[in-house]
Design a protein around this ligand. Structure first.
Ligand code: TXA
Ligand code: MG
Length: 312
């Protein structure tokens, strides 16, 4: 299959409406889109990514009116939608019975998200149907933040890529479960604990234990770890510069690293992290020293992704 590069969301919508797979930019990372109501297109998403069938997909919607087509909007769900949609929050709600079990991996809940990226919204509006979209990487690779990273992973495996600029935020949406009486954070992401606390009173941060893993199947699976060994450094004294090592962080490293990425602030660090990991791998560095950040605000999600990269 030849993967077409598209620039017009109307062309991308035609691909989705005819049962094809098309990757597209969101404000967080690129997603791999397919018509949520087309069983064989949904199957092809799992195939193209090499994704385990027990990891459910996020259903992307153009607007709040579409939510009740796929999910039961609970009172907490409505509150979250009002405060954070469109934007980088994914909300798990009770699923309508006709949502395919392939999409939900057999759960009775469904994850929904209304992205804010204008190209994503134009595509969703033109498609006029719910669109599943996991991150557009091969399973086990970092989420793509540019269209060429999508092409590196999925060329020949998907019908098309809607080209946009590099994504603004660089790491994935926050996933919360609002199907019950409390809001549970299942995956830390761009929307912070503090942002959520400003809106909802009863909030639970899921510990990453067995119960948490059962609720959020994605957390069970191996996440991206680069070829190079990643160390998360909590003190700059631990830095070990070497001609085959890379540094990424907020501070200037000691001299001697082969590759260096110094980020202005935590937002910039999150924005560039996945891109930098792919670049370091492409250049064959043997070790990556990643400077830790305080685990507050966006730092919680950034530290989560750094620890997962280091865990491999
Ligand atoms: O920012 C994002 O969320 C990106 C863009 C493309 O929207 N998408 C993304 O999708 O990161 P994906 O498939 O890579 O991650 C979806 C996460 C997984 O951890 C999955 O297990 C969880 O959402 N999830 C999906 N449906 C769920 C459900 N019904 N209950 C619990 N967790 C669910
Ligand atoms: Mg993913």
């Amino acid at each position: 299959m030849t993967t077409r590069l598209l620039s017009d969301p109307a062309d991308a919508a035609r691909v989705l409406r005819s049962g094809g797979l098309c990757a597209f930019p969101t404000e967080t990372v690129y997603g791999l889109g397919a018509d949520a109501q087309d069983a064989s297109a949904v199957d092809r998403v799992f195939e193209a990514k090499g994704r385990p069938a027990d990891n459910p997909l996020i259903v992307h919607l153009a607007n709040v009116d579409q939510v009740s087509d796929v999910a039961v909007p609970t009172p907490l769900g409505r509150q979250l939608l009002r405060a954070f949609s469109p934007g980088p929050l994914t909300i798990v709600l009770p699923a309508r019975s006709y949502v395919s079990r392939r999409v939900t991996a057999g759960l009775d809940t469904v994850a929904i998200r209304i992205p804010s990226n204008p190209l994503a919204l134009a595509l969703l509006a033109a498609t006029g149907r719910p669109v599943v979209a996991p991150s557009a990487n091969r399973s086990g690779r970092p989420s793509p933040t540019t269209w060429d990273a999508v092409r590196d992973d999925l060329d020949g495996r998907v019908d098309a890529i809607l080209q946009g600029p590099a994504t603004d935020l660089g790491i994935e949406s926050t996933v919360v479960d609002a199907s019950g009486e409390t809001v549970r954070i299942l995956r830390p992401g761009i929307v912070t604990l503090g942002d959520l606390q400003d809106v909802v009173g009863n909030l639970v941060t899921e510990a990453l234990d067995d119960a948490g893993a059962a609720r959020s199947p994605g957390l069970r699976h191996r996440h991206y770890a680069p070829e190079a060994a990643v160390r998360v450094l909590t003190a700059s004294a631990d830095a070990r510069p070497a001609g085959d090592a890379a540094w990424i962080g907020l501070s200037e490293p000691p001299a001697g690293y082969a590759q260096v990425r110094v980020c202005q602030d935590i937002e910039a660090y999150a924005q560039v992290l996945y891109h930098a990991l792919r670049e370091f791998d492409a250049r064959g560095v043997s070790r990556i020293d990643a400077e830790a950040v305080p685990a507050v605000g966006l730092g919680v999600a950034l530290m989560d992704r750094l620890r997962r990269a280091a865990a491999g």
